[in-house]
Design a protein around this ligand. Structure first.
Ligand code: NAP
Length: 330
């Protein structure tokens, strides 16, 4: 039985990755900064919370990491913990930089000291590329890194630290450069989750309208349960490398809103209000990637269309709401 440590276990990727690894008979150790009951909703919803060993740890404290590597002797570490909101990173730039960079530096130092055979997955991000020239899209692994937010800068630094440790110390470190991926476990401060929950609330008469920032931005959106599969593949292939993980298509936020509202028989033209106060200091206008390297080298097969993604997110939202209601009653 292999042992995997997942940092950021309480996040959306952490929950879905735990489920996948448990299905593959791994022992899963989940690291969280705080094990409050509310934080474990995603793991409870996926029915995995009782099958994981949950541990509180501070990834800014190297000695803490060394101790849990010595105790749990993992084969693989998936580093998913991060201040992951681009918007919030403009309000909390120093905190975002500090946590997102130092945490991976500590993990890699600890691996180097405790056991160099531990394989490490680092969550890199399409936000590292910033505002790219539209004529040069799609983004692949060779694109110039030029981030446009404190979050993007933190992810770029964490990425280069990981590459450096791989090259300098011959460690097995793979970086997944993931484009936006969504699930029902997305937090409310992310626009896709806000759109879907607001649409349901409007439908139920609990909310009058939806206020959103720049709806012309275009993103490459995917589905979390499919994206976590490739994280595992990256650590279970012969050679560690960096991979762009994406759907390969760009769609605007406006399209996202229209599809969600139309599915719920709501008129987005009447119910959605643009709000300039929700614009970011710098917006990425349009990004999408080229997933061919991962498809070819890792045999990763992502086939979900944008329409299928929206339909799936709505179906999952209905299931989650029912689960949350029955959980409150019990
Ligand atoms: P998420 O749902 O926001 O989860 C983030 C996790 O990190 C949570 O467990 C959270 O713990 C933890 N965390 C946040 N700030 C922390 C801090 N200061 N100290 C300790 N722990 C902290 O993110 P996700 O969508 O699962 O993303 C997983 C990883 O992929 C992240 O590194 C993210 O940056 C990266 N990524 C995500 C996307 C995407 O579209 N989702 C795209 C590219 C890369 P709490 O529960 O305590 O808050």
């Amino acid at each position: 039985m292999k042992t995997a440590i997942i940092t950021g276990i309480t996040g959306q990727d952490g929950a879905y990755l735990s489920k996948l690894l448990l299905e593959q008979n791994y022992k899963v150790i989940g690291i969280a900064r705080n094990l409050l009951a509310g934080n474990l909703n995603g793991l409870s919803f996926l029915n995995v919370v009782n099958d994981i060993e949950l541990v509180e740890a501070n990834l800014l404290d190297l000695s803490n990491i060394i101790r849990f590597l010595e105790k749990y002797k993992p084969d693989e570490i998936y580093n998913l913990a991060a201040q992951s909101s681009v918007g919030l990173s403009f309000d909390q730039p120093i905190g975002t930089l500090e946590f997102n960079i130092i945490s991976i530096a500590n993990i890699l130092e600890a691996v180097r000291m405790v056991n160099k055979d531990i394989k490490v997955y680092q969550s890199s991000s399409s936000e590292m590329y910033g505002n790219v020239d539209k004529n040069k899209l799609p983004i692949d692994e060779n694109f110039i890194i030029h981030p446009a937010s404190p979050y993007g800068i933190s992810k770029a630094s964490a990425h280069w630290i990981s590459v450096n440790y791989r090259e300098a110390y011959n460690l097995f470190i793979a970086c997944g450069i993931l484009f936006n991926h969504e699930s029902v476990l997305r937090r409310q401060n992310f626009v896709t989750k806000k759109i879907i929950t607001s649409a349901f609330r409007i439908k139920n008469g609990e909310q009058k309208e939806l206020r959103v920032g720049n709806i012309s931005i275009q993103r490459d959106w995917g589905y979390v349960p499919e994206y976590v599969k490739v994280m595992w593949k990256m650590l279970n292939t012969k050679k560690p490398d960096d991979y762009v993980i994406c759907s390969g298509e760009a769609h605007s936020l406006q399209e996202f809103i229209e599809k969600v509202f139309t599915t719920l028989n709501l008129d987005s033209k009447k119910l959605v209000r643009p709000d300039k106060s929700l614009y970011r200091p710098v917006e990425l206008e349009k990004i999408y990637g080229n997933p061919n390297k991962a498809k070819k080298e890792l045999d990763w097969n992502y086939t979900m269309s944008f329409d299928e993604l929206i339909a799936q997110l709505i179906e999952d939202e209905i299931k989650y709401t029912e689960w949350a209601k029955s959980n409150q009653k019990n």
